[in-house]
Design a binder for this molecule. Structure first.
Ligand code: ZN
Length: 76
């Protein structure tokens, strides 16, 4: 499976359950692919920040450390 397909499945499972076949393919890919494991980790951090921002009436207030981490993830 390609990294594009693996990251698609990582995002898809946030909204709908994966089939058993999709779960197995995703798990196998994550075992062998460092980049998709990093994508999964970074994506979870960004999702948490976005959820916190939404709870704070759409006002994004990141600490300096959070902003630095977000810039690293986004390669800014
Ligand atoms: Zn990958």
């Amino acid at each position: 499976m390609s990294c594009i397909k693996a990251t698609y499945l990582l995002e898809k499972e946030k909204f709908t359950p994966l089939s058993l076949f999709e779960k197995l393919r995703k798990m196998w890919h994550l075992l062998i692919c460092h980049w998709c494991r990093k994508y999964k980790s970074d994506s979870a951090v960004i999702d948490q920040w976005l959820a916190a921002a939404e709870r704070a009436s759409h006002k994004i207030k990141l600490s300096a450390q959070e902003e630095k981490r977000l810039r690293e993830i986004l390669k800014l």
